[in-house]
Design a protein around this ligand. Sequence first.
Ligand code: NAP
Length: 257
Amino acid sequence: MQITVYGATGTFGRRLTAHLREGGHSVIAAHRGIGVDTYNGEGVTEAAEGSDVLVDCVNRMTNNRHKALDFFSRSSRSIALAAAENPGAAMVCLSIAFRPEVAQSKLLGYYQAKELQERVYRRLVPADQLLMFRSTQWFELVDSMTFTAGPVAFVPKMRVQALAADEAARMMSEAIDAGERGTIEVAGPEISDFPTIAGQIAARESNRDSAVRDTERPERGPKIVPVPIPGPMSAEGLIPESPRLSAVTVDDWLHTR
Ligand SMILES: NC(=O)c1ccc[n+]([C@@H]2O[C@H](COP(=O)([O-])OP(=O)(O)OC[C@H]3O[C@@H](n4cnc5c(N)ncnc54)[C@H](OP(=O)(O)O)[C@@H]3O)[C@@H](O)[C@H]2O)c1
């Protein structure tokens, strides 16, 4: 198949592109560097020409509610309109697995924007052409959610069932191969929280460094300080009810990094 991946240079998009190419598909890797801008619509329809599947994995990482809503509403709309000009093409939207109370809590505007993104696709793309692929948080996200000050790392105490980004990409690639439609949720093998995962990452990294320096005197990593957060993200808000599971644990992932 020919598959257009919008956001093909991102954390997820480049992994998905690699899996799809390994599976023998021809991928149009769309991003601003080749003149495809989903926010202002430039080149979006052209990038979709002749494709059997369009995948939206673009992103703008912000907690500013207005910026997030503006980006995801405009980007989703321009990609959904490109899908409408390609009758018969499947549309795959990469979203996040979260329960309704997370977007309702209004704590993070980003989640409201992802809810809006899902609504745009459900309104503009016929159900029999749409796959809503909802992933839990990736292990890779922990680093970007950590604020380090000297020897101390502050990590939000979000309760998660995280998985490796590469696993989420592999599972999406398989769903595309199988022609799946509807909603799929994917998650990792363990329920944990970000500070625990940050501690596992720090321990692995300090062991690796100390093995290079001196195997007898392991160096200690940063002190992890969990930052309590109010609302559903510290409870069940980000834990899907019956997801497809990746078997790759944090330790497995750390061994391959
Ligand atoms: N992080 C997580 O744990 C997680 C979990 C579940 C779902 N998700 C979802 O996964 C999606 C992808 O996240 P990511 O972390 O892979 O994103 P990322 O690494 O920030 O990459 C963003 C991608 O979007 C492209 N992009 C940004 N603005 C664009 C524009 N105006 N026009 C065209 N392309 C644009 C970027 O390409 P250029 O900059 O080269 O244009 C890049 O390829 C997001 O929707 C996110 O909500 C994330």
